[in-house]
Design a protein around this ligand. Structure first.
Ligand code: FES
Length: 331
Protein backbone atom coordinates (compact mmCIF):
# COMPACT_ATOMS: atom_id res chain seq x y z
CA UNK A 1 0.00 0.00 0.00
CA UNK A 2 2.86 2.38 0.76
CA UNK A 3 3.92 3.27 -2.83
CA UNK A 4 0.28 3.75 -3.78
CA UNK A 5 -0.34 5.96 -0.77
CA UNK A 6 2.77 8.04 -1.40
CA UNK A 7 1.80 8.66 -5.00
CA UNK A 8 -1.86 9.42 -4.38
CA UNK A 9 -1.09 11.44 -1.27
CA UNK A 10 1.46 13.69 -2.94
CA UNK A 11 -0.61 14.01 -6.11
CA UNK A 12 -3.76 15.09 -4.27
CA UNK A 13 -2.01 17.38 -1.81
CA UNK A 14 -0.14 19.04 -4.68
CA UNK A 15 -3.29 19.34 -6.80
CA UNK A 16 -5.24 20.95 -3.96
CA UNK A 17 -2.47 23.38 -3.00
CA UNK A 18 -1.91 24.30 -6.66
CA UNK A 19 -5.57 25.28 -6.98
CA UNK A 20 -5.40 27.33 -3.78
CA UNK A 21 -2.21 29.06 -4.88
CA UNK A 22 -3.58 29.85 -8.33
CA UNK A 23 -5.13 33.35 -8.28
CA UNK A 24 -7.07 32.54 -11.45
CA UNK A 25 -8.76 29.36 -10.24
CA UNK A 26 -11.65 31.07 -8.47
CA UNK A 27 -11.81 34.08 -10.79
CA UNK A 28 -14.76 33.36 -13.07
CA UNK A 29 -13.41 35.55 -15.88
CA UNK A 30 -10.11 33.70 -16.26
CA UNK A 31 -9.84 31.06 -18.99
CA UNK A 32 -8.42 28.47 -16.58
CA UNK A 33 -10.89 29.12 -13.75
CA UNK A 34 -13.20 26.52 -12.28
CA UNK A 35 -16.15 28.44 -13.75
CA UNK A 36 -14.79 28.46 -17.31
CA UNK A 37 -13.79 24.81 -17.06
CA UNK A 38 -17.34 23.85 -16.10
CA UNK A 39 -18.75 25.85 -19.00
CA UNK A 40 -16.26 24.22 -21.35
CA UNK A 41 -17.21 20.66 -20.44
CA UNK A 42 -20.92 21.10 -19.71
CA UNK A 43 -22.20 20.12 -23.14
CA UNK A 44 -20.24 16.89 -23.28
CA UNK A 45 -20.79 15.74 -19.69
CA UNK A 46 -23.39 13.10 -18.74
CA UNK A 47 -24.04 15.07 -15.52
CA UNK A 48 -24.58 18.35 -17.33
CA UNK A 49 -27.79 18.93 -15.34
CA UNK A 50 -25.64 19.33 -12.21
CA UNK A 51 -23.00 21.57 -13.74
CA UNK A 52 -25.18 24.65 -14.25
CA UNK A 53 -25.93 25.12 -10.52
CA UNK A 54 -22.32 24.27 -9.64
CA UNK A 55 -21.05 26.82 -12.18
CA UNK A 56 -23.31 29.43 -10.59
CA UNK A 57 -21.47 28.88 -7.29
CA UNK A 58 -18.11 27.96 -8.75
CA UNK A 59 -16.08 29.87 -6.13
CA UNK A 60 -17.69 27.89 -3.31
CA UNK A 61 -17.39 24.53 -5.07
CA UNK A 62 -13.88 25.34 -6.28
CA UNK A 63 -12.72 26.10 -2.73
CA UNK A 64 -14.43 22.94 -1.47
CA UNK A 65 -12.74 20.81 -4.11
CA UNK A 66 -9.31 22.29 -3.41
CA UNK A 67 -9.62 21.79 0.35
CA UNK A 68 -11.04 18.27 -0.14
CA UNK A 69 -8.11 17.36 -2.35
CA UNK A 70 -5.66 18.50 0.33
CA UNK A 71 -7.59 16.60 3.02
CA UNK A 72 -7.68 13.42 0.92
CA UNK A 73 -4.00 13.77 0.06
CA UNK A 74 -2.86 14.23 3.64
CA UNK A 75 -5.17 11.50 4.94
CA UNK A 76 -3.85 8.98 2.44
CA UNK A 77 -0.26 10.10 2.88
CA UNK A 78 -0.27 9.76 6.67
CA UNK A 79 -2.70 6.86 6.62
CA UNK A 80 -5.23 8.42 8.98
CA UNK A 81 -8.92 7.65 8.47
CA UNK A 82 -7.64 6.13 5.29
CA UNK A 83 -10.82 4.45 4.13
CA UNK A 84 -12.78 7.69 4.43
CA UNK A 85 -10.01 9.61 2.63
CA UNK A 86 -9.95 6.97 -0.13
CA UNK A 87 -13.72 7.16 -0.58
CA UNK A 88 -13.39 10.95 -0.80
CA UNK A 89 -10.68 10.53 -3.44
CA UNK A 90 -12.90 8.17 -5.43
CA UNK A 91 -15.76 10.66 -5.29
CA UNK A 92 -13.56 13.55 -6.44
CA UNK A 93 -11.96 11.64 -9.29
CA UNK A 94 -15.27 10.15 -10.38
CA UNK A 95 -16.55 13.72 -10.66
CA UNK A 96 -13.53 14.69 -12.76
CA UNK A 97 -14.01 11.64 -14.94
CA UNK A 98 -17.67 12.47 -15.60
CA UNK A 99 -16.84 16.06 -16.54
CA UNK A 100 -13.33 16.93 -17.68
CA UNK A 101 -12.30 13.47 -18.88
CA UNK A 102 -15.61 12.23 -20.23
CA UNK A 103 -14.61 13.05 -23.81
CA UNK A 104 -11.35 11.10 -23.61
CA UNK A 105 -11.03 8.92 -26.65
CA UNK A 106 -10.46 6.03 -26.28
CA UNK A 107 -12.22 6.22 -22.91
CA UNK A 108 -9.59 4.15 -21.08
CA UNK A 109 -6.94 6.82 -21.71
CA UNK A 110 -8.59 9.07 -19.12
CA UNK A 111 -6.30 9.44 -16.11
CA UNK A 112 -9.25 10.14 -13.84
CA UNK A 113 -10.86 6.74 -14.24
CA UNK A 114 -7.52 5.20 -13.32
CA UNK A 115 -7.44 7.35 -10.18
CA UNK A 116 -10.93 6.15 -9.23
CA UNK A 117 -9.75 2.54 -9.23
CA UNK A 118 -6.35 3.35 -7.71
CA UNK A 119 -8.17 4.35 -4.53
CA UNK A 120 -10.16 1.11 -4.28
CA UNK A 121 -7.46 -0.98 -2.50
CA UNK A 122 -7.19 1.71 0.18
CA UNK A 123 -10.97 1.96 0.51
CA UNK A 124 -11.30 -1.82 0.89
CA UNK A 125 -8.22 -2.80 2.88
CA UNK A 126 -7.14 0.40 4.61
CA UNK A 127 -3.67 1.90 4.76
CA UNK A 128 -1.60 -1.10 5.88
CA UNK A 129 0.84 -1.36 8.79
CA UNK A 130 2.98 1.71 8.02
CA UNK A 131 0.33 4.27 8.77
CA UNK A 132 -1.27 6.25 11.57
CA UNK A 133 -4.25 3.88 11.44
CA UNK A 134 -1.90 0.89 11.77
CA UNK A 135 -0.02 2.48 14.66
CA UNK A 136 -3.23 3.25 16.48
CA UNK A 137 -4.43 -0.32 16.01
CA UNK A 138 -1.16 -1.69 17.43
CA UNK A 139 -1.33 0.62 20.44
CA UNK A 140 -4.90 -0.44 21.08
CA UNK A 141 -4.01 -4.11 20.81
CA UNK A 142 -1.11 -3.68 23.26
CA UNK A 143 -3.35 -2.00 25.77
CA UNK A 144 -6.01 -4.64 25.28
CA UNK A 145 -8.50 -2.13 24.05
CA UNK A 146 -11.04 -2.95 21.38
CA UNK A 147 -9.65 -1.56 18.10
CA UNK A 148 -12.70 0.51 17.47
CA UNK A 149 -12.14 3.96 15.99
CA UNK A 150 -15.07 5.31 17.93
CA UNK A 151 -14.14 3.91 21.32
CA UNK A 152 -11.92 4.83 24.26
CA UNK A 153 -8.28 5.76 24.11
CA UNK A 154 -7.93 4.71 20.49
CA UNK A 155 -10.64 7.12 19.47
CA UNK A 156 -9.04 9.88 21.50
CA UNK A 157 -5.64 9.33 19.90
CA UNK A 158 -7.22 9.21 16.49
CA UNK A 159 -9.03 12.47 17.18
CA UNK A 160 -5.80 14.09 18.34
CA UNK A 161 -4.00 12.91 15.23
CA UNK A 162 -6.81 14.10 12.99
CA UNK A 163 -6.70 17.46 14.78
CA UNK A 164 -2.95 17.73 14.28
CA UNK A 165 -3.36 16.80 10.64
CA UNK A 166 -6.14 19.34 10.24
CA UNK A 167 -3.98 22.01 11.83
CA UNK A 168 -1.11 21.14 9.49
CA UNK A 169 -3.49 21.34 6.54
CA UNK A 170 -4.79 24.71 7.70
CA UNK A 171 -1.23 26.04 8.03
CA UNK A 172 -0.40 24.70 4.57
CA UNK A 173 -3.54 26.29 3.13
CA UNK A 174 -2.72 29.59 4.81
CA UNK A 175 0.80 29.46 3.38
CA UNK A 176 -0.55 28.68 -0.05
CA UNK A 177 -3.00 31.58 0.11
CA UNK A 178 -0.17 33.90 1.15
CA UNK A 179 1.95 32.60 -1.72
CA UNK A 180 -0.72 33.48 -4.27
CA UNK A 181 0.84 35.84 -6.75
CA UNK A 182 -0.80 38.89 -8.27
CA UNK A 183 -3.45 38.10 -10.83
CA UNK A 184 -2.05 37.97 -14.33
CA UNK A 185 -3.65 40.40 -16.71
CA UNK A 186 -5.19 38.63 -19.69
CA UNK A 187 -7.67 39.67 -22.32
CA UNK A 188 -11.02 37.91 -22.47
CA UNK A 189 -12.66 36.59 -25.57
CA UNK A 190 -14.02 39.37 -27.65
CA UNK A 191 -11.79 42.09 -26.24
CA UNK A 192 -9.44 43.98 -28.51
CA UNK A 193 -5.76 43.38 -27.92
CA UNK A 194 -3.40 46.22 -28.64
CA UNK A 195 -0.70 46.10 -31.25
CA UNK A 196 -2.13 43.27 -33.31
CA UNK A 197 -3.62 45.29 -36.13
CA UNK A 198 -0.79 46.92 -38.09
CA UNK A 199 -1.52 49.92 -40.23
CA UNK A 200 -2.18 49.35 -43.90
CA UNK A 201 -4.13 46.12 -43.62
CA UNK A 202 -7.44 45.50 -45.31
CA UNK A 203 -10.33 47.46 -43.77
CA UNK A 204 -12.70 45.59 -41.49
CA UNK A 205 -15.53 43.90 -43.32
CA UNK A 206 -13.76 43.79 -46.69
CA UNK A 207 -13.97 40.49 -48.59
CA UNK A 208 -11.08 38.21 -47.73
CA UNK A 209 -9.98 34.82 -48.96
CA UNK A 210 -7.54 34.22 -46.11
CA UNK A 211 -7.18 30.54 -45.26
CA UNK A 212 -8.30 29.95 -41.69
CA UNK A 213 -5.60 30.07 -39.09
CA UNK A 214 -2.71 30.65 -41.46
CA UNK A 215 -1.88 34.18 -40.38
CA UNK A 216 0.23 34.80 -37.34
CA UNK A 217 -0.36 38.08 -35.55
CA UNK A 218 1.39 40.94 -37.29
CA UNK A 219 2.05 39.11 -40.55
CA UNK A 220 0.40 39.33 -43.95
CA UNK A 221 0.10 36.32 -46.21
CA UNK A 222 0.96 36.86 -49.85
CA UNK A 223 -2.14 37.07 -51.99
CA UNK A 224 -4.64 37.43 -49.18
CA UNK A 225 -5.02 41.19 -49.37
CA UNK A 226 -5.09 41.59 -53.14
CA UNK A 227 -6.84 44.72 -54.36
CA UNK A 228 -8.76 42.83 -57.06
CA UNK A 229 -12.40 42.20 -56.18
CA UNK A 230 -13.04 38.80 -54.70
CA UNK A 231 -16.22 36.81 -55.30
CA UNK A 232 -18.41 36.97 -52.23
CA UNK A 233 -18.53 33.82 -50.18
CA UNK A 234 -21.90 32.11 -49.92
CA UNK A 235 -21.22 29.37 -47.33
CA UNK A 236 -22.98 29.08 -44.00
CA UNK A 237 -22.82 32.33 -42.06
CA UNK A 238 -20.94 32.12 -38.76
CA UNK A 239 -20.99 35.68 -37.46
CA UNK A 240 -21.29 39.27 -38.66
CA UNK A 241 -17.90 40.77 -39.44
CA UNK A 242 -18.77 43.71 -37.20
CA UNK A 243 -19.18 41.33 -34.25
CA UNK A 244 -15.56 40.21 -34.32
CA UNK A 245 -13.33 42.86 -32.73
CA UNK A 246 -10.05 43.68 -34.41
CA UNK A 247 -7.33 41.85 -32.50
CA UNK A 248 -9.94 39.66 -30.81
CA UNK A 249 -12.15 36.66 -31.34
CA UNK A 250 -15.79 35.66 -31.11
CA UNK A 251 -17.16 32.25 -30.25
CA UNK A 252 -19.59 30.87 -32.81
CA UNK A 253 -21.27 27.64 -33.82
CA UNK A 254 -19.99 26.00 -36.98
CA UNK A 255 -21.59 22.81 -38.28
CA UNK A 256 -22.91 22.05 -34.81
CA UNK A 257 -19.56 22.51 -33.09
CA UNK A 258 -18.17 25.47 -31.18
CA UNK A 259 -15.56 27.49 -33.03
CA UNK A 260 -13.67 30.75 -32.68
CA UNK A 261 -13.63 33.38 -35.42
CA UNK A 262 -10.65 35.71 -35.11
CA UNK A 263 -9.78 39.06 -36.66
CA UNK A 264 -6.16 39.49 -35.68
CA UNK A 265 -5.65 42.05 -38.42
CA UNK A 266 -8.37 44.36 -39.61
CA UNK A 267 -10.34 42.64 -42.36
CA UNK A 268 -8.53 39.30 -42.10
CA UNK A 269 -10.68 36.60 -40.56
CA UNK A 270 -9.57 33.15 -39.51
CA UNK A 271 -11.33 30.43 -37.58
CA UNK A 272 -10.51 27.35 -35.54
CA UNK A 273 -12.66 24.74 -33.87
CA UNK A 274 -12.89 25.21 -30.11
CA UNK A 275 -12.54 21.52 -29.27
CA UNK A 276 -9.18 20.75 -27.66
CA UNK A 277 -7.47 17.86 -29.46
CA UNK A 278 -6.57 16.28 -26.13
CA UNK A 279 -9.93 15.35 -24.67
CA UNK A 280 -12.33 17.69 -26.36
CA UNK A 281 -12.80 20.51 -23.83
CA UNK A 282 -13.66 23.85 -25.38
CA UNK A 283 -10.59 26.10 -25.42
CA UNK A 284 -10.79 29.74 -24.35
CA UNK A 285 -9.36 32.67 -26.27
CA UNK A 286 -6.91 34.73 -24.22
CA UNK A 287 -5.49 37.31 -26.65
CA UNK A 288 -3.91 37.62 -30.05
CA UNK A 289 -0.45 37.20 -28.58
CA UNK A 290 -1.28 34.52 -26.02
CA UNK A 291 -3.67 32.56 -28.21
CA UNK A 292 -5.88 29.90 -26.65
CA UNK A 293 -5.76 27.92 -23.43
CA UNK A 294 -7.63 24.75 -22.59
CA UNK A 295 -9.22 25.00 -19.14
CA UNK A 296 -9.19 21.23 -18.58
CA UNK A 297 -5.46 20.45 -18.60
CA UNK A 298 -3.92 23.79 -19.58
CA UNK A 299 -2.74 22.96 -23.08
CA UNK A 300 -1.83 26.16 -24.90
CA UNK A 301 -2.27 27.05 -28.55
CA UNK A 302 -1.26 30.05 -30.60
CA UNK A 303 -3.89 32.33 -32.09
CA UNK A 304 -3.44 30.45 -35.35
CA UNK A 305 -4.31 27.21 -33.54
CA UNK A 306 -0.82 25.69 -33.44
CA UNK A 307 0.02 23.70 -30.34
CA UNK A 308 2.42 25.52 -28.00
CA UNK A 309 2.53 23.37 -24.88
CA UNK A 310 0.63 20.89 -22.76
CA UNK A 311 -0.72 17.39 -23.06
CA UNK A 312 -2.47 18.02 -26.35
CA UNK A 313 -0.29 16.58 -29.08
CA UNK A 314 -1.66 18.57 -32.00
CA UNK A 315 -3.10 21.96 -32.79
CA UNK A 316 -6.68 23.16 -33.07
CA UNK A 317 -8.58 22.18 -36.18
CA UNK A 318 -8.67 25.07 -38.63
CA UNK A 319 -11.76 26.13 -40.54
CA UNK A 320 -11.68 27.75 -43.95
CA UNK A 321 -13.66 30.96 -43.83
CA UNK A 322 -14.37 33.84 -46.14
CA UNK A 323 -16.41 37.04 -46.02
CA UNK A 324 -19.65 37.55 -47.87
CA UNK A 325 -22.60 39.85 -47.28
CA UNK A 326 -21.06 41.29 -44.15
CA UNK A 327 -20.78 37.85 -42.62
CA UNK A 328 -17.86 35.56 -41.93
CA UNK A 329 -18.85 32.33 -43.65
CA UNK A 330 -17.57 28.81 -44.04
CA UNK A 331 -15.65 28.77 -47.30
S1 FES B 1 -8.79 18.54 -22.91
FE1 FES B 1 -6.91 18.10 -21.92
S2 FES B 1 -5.66 19.77 -22.50
FE2 FES B 1 -7.52 20.19 -23.43
Amino acid sequence: MLPLRLFLGFAFTYAGLSKIADPDFLNDDEPTSMHQTLLAVRDSSPIDFMLGPIASHSALFGALIAISEVAVGLGVLVGLLTRIAALGGMLLTAGLWLTISWSADPWYTSADIVYVFAFTPLAIAGAGALSADGWLARVSAREGAVPDVQAGADGTRRSLLAGALGLTALLALGGAFLARGPKAATADAGETTSGTAPAGTTPAGAPSTTAAGTSAPGTTDAGTTAAAPTPEATGAALVATSSVPVGGATKVEADGDEAWVLQLEAGKFTAVKAACPHQGCAVNFVSGSDGFICPCHNSKFSASGARISGVATSGLKKLDVAVGGGQVRLA
